[in-house]
Design a protein around this ligand. Structure first.
Ligand SMILES: [Zn+2]
Length: 227
C-alpha cells in the first residue's frame, strides 16, 4: 500500500494542476479577448456556418502578437491579434483566415480541445509517477527516461490531432466552396515567414507537423475526393 502512495499522490497532483490550468486559461482568455467583428471575415464564416448547418460561427480576438489560432477547452475559437493584423495588412487572405478557423473548429468538433488540457495534466501526472517508479530502480537516469517517454507519447498524440483537424478543415472548406487551396497557401506563407525572420517562428507552426507533410496529406485528400 505504501508503495502505491507516491503514484496516487502524483495522480492527485495531476488532477489539481488540471483544474488550475483550465481555470487560469479561461481567466486569461476572458480578460484579454473580444469578439471578432469584421464584415469581410463574417461573410466567409457565414458560408462555413451554412455548410455546418449552424446559425453562425463565433470567433474571438486574443490580444497577443504571436501568429496563432487556438481552440479553448470550452469550445471557443480564438485568433491572435498578430494573426488578424496579417490579414488586415493583406499578407493573409480572408479565405486563408477561414482555413485557420476551420482547423480550430476541427479541434473542437473532434474533441481535441478538451482532451488536450487533460493530456497536459495527465502528462504531468504520468511523468511524475513514472519518474518516481523508475528512480527506484535506476537512480539518476530514471527521471530522464520518464521525461523522454512522456514527451514521445504526447508528440505522437498531438501530431495525429493536427492531421485530423487539417482533414476536417479541408472537408469544411470544400463544402463551403473555398476548396483546399487556401490551406496549402497559408502553410507555405507561414513557413516563408519563418525563414525570412530567423527566430520568429509563428506559434501556430511550432505546435504543428512539418509543412511539406501537411500539404502532402491535404493533396492525398484532394486526390481521394477527386477535387
Ligand atoms: Zn492545430
Amino acid at each position: 500500500m505504501l508503495k502505491v502512495a507516491p503514484i496516487l499522490l502524483a495522480v492527485l497532483y495531476g488532477l489539481v494542476m488540471y483544474r488550475f490550468s483550465v481555470w487560469r486559461t479561461k481567466r486569461e482568455l476572458d480578460e484579454r479577448s473580444t469578439e471578432l467583428a469584421d464584415a469581410g471575415l463574417k461573410r466567409l464564416m457565414d458560408r462555413m456556418a451554412a455548410a455546418l448547418d449552424l446559425p453562425r460561427i463565433r470567433v474571438f480576438i486574443y490580444e497577443i502578437d504571436p501568429v496563432n489560432g487556438l481552440a479553448a477547452p470550452d469550445g471557443r475559437i480564438f485568433i491572435t491579434r498578430g494573426f488578424y493584423r496579417k490579414y488586415q495588412q493583406g499578407e493573409v487572405t480572408g479565405e486563408e483566415m477561414a482555413s485557420v478557423i476551420a482547423h480550430e473548429l476541427g479541434h473542437v468538433a473532434l474533441g481535441h480541445a478538451r482532451r488536450r488540457m487533460i493530456d497536459f495534466s495527465g502528462q504531468n501526472a504520468l511523468r511524475t509517477a513514472l519518474a518516481l517508479v523508475l528512480s527506484r530502480f535506476i537512480p539518476g537516469i530514471g527521471v530522464w527516461i520518464a521525461n523522454g517517454l512522456t514527451s514521445l507519447l504526447a508528440a505522437r498524440m498531438s501530431r495525429s490531432d493536427e492531421y485530423e483537424a487539417d482533414a476536417y478543415a479541408a472537408a469544411l472548406m470544400t463544402k463551403a466552396g473555398f476548396g483546399v487551396e487556401p490551406q496549402k497557401t497559408l502553410f507555405t506563407k507561414l513557413e516563408a515567414l519563418t525563414q525570412s525572420r530567423a527566430g520568429a517562428v509563428p506559434a501556430w507552426l511550432m505546435s504543428h507537423p512539418k509543412t511539406a507533410e501537411r500539404v502532402a496529406a491535404l493533396e492525398a485528400l484532394e486526390a481521394k475526393w477527386g477535387a
